[in-house]
Design a protein around this ligand. Sequence first.
Ligand code: SF4
Ligand code: FES
Length: 333
Amino acid sequence: MSVKVTIDGIAIEVEPGTTILNAARQIGGDIVPPAMCYYSKLKDSGGKCRTCLVKVSKGSEKDPRPMPKLVASCRTTVMDGMEVQNITSPEVIEARKGIVEMLLINHPLDCPICDQAGECDLQNLGFEHGAVKTRYEFDRRTFEKIDIGDKIQLHMTRCILCYRCVFTADQITDHRIHGILNRGDHSEISTYIKAAVDNDFSGNVIDVCPVGALTDRTFRFKNRVWFTKPVDAHRDCDHEKCNGKVTLWYKGEEVLRVTARKDKNGEVEEFICNTCRFDKKKTSDWVIEGPRKISHQSVISSNHYDFIPLPVVKTNPVLIEANKEQFERDTRL
Ligand code: SF4
Ligand code: FES
């Protein structure tokens, strides 16, 4: 038995228990809400960042009352007959702008020197949903950089406390020894007595981090991502949990870094071990499969950003007004 949900005027039938976000991902395109903390491969993720807020304008067929507040689509399951608005709701667009502003309150504007620039979810989110200016006038939080072991560096100033790295370490490595310490605006990712995060799968926290807070020390400052060429490759890895399928990032003949492959939602397809990630940086270590198809959001695909508004947006003056910035950006590009 399936349930029917309509998102921004597009109906889809999904399995009972599916969240609004995953139903939207099944439809695809611009109506998919952005998700900075939810990660389908990590149990219990989501519910932290609020970027995925949507409006439920009809609760269900049985109880058609709208939900009184915007809801986190990654944590709300669909009901039969539910109607949801994402980009067709001016209220959602306004709320999301506020959330981006809030996420950026303490985030430094160090994109020009940050390794994540060009493939940063927060950069994309700010570009697509943020306001042009910040109103924040106070000092931002500052932290010293912390080396978490010899391969990973933490820039806590950039962290948006999405918990993905904590869940990754908890669920796919044997001994999690880092987590979120303190509460409120004192919260920070840390290890007690700065112990090294040291196990075979720890490097995956770099791939799940949506911002540049956890960076690969073997790649730091080596290059900008848009100057590199991503290529899919695999090797016969002898780690029982690693299938050795990766993306190699080349500059000329040199492999500058190795990452897990990411799917169309920007999530890791399969986690890889630290040997593949940090120790195999020669072409001869790999069987090359071919060029990697890169997400349209990456700067590597620059000049291919498309804003394809739904017909309902194009015909409704209120929605045209609400999506004005996106229309303008699209004309500029
Ligand atoms: S370090 Fe990155 S993955 Fe970990 S909580 Fe902060 S933003 Fe999220
Ligand atoms: S993705 Fe839903 S709250 Fe973060």
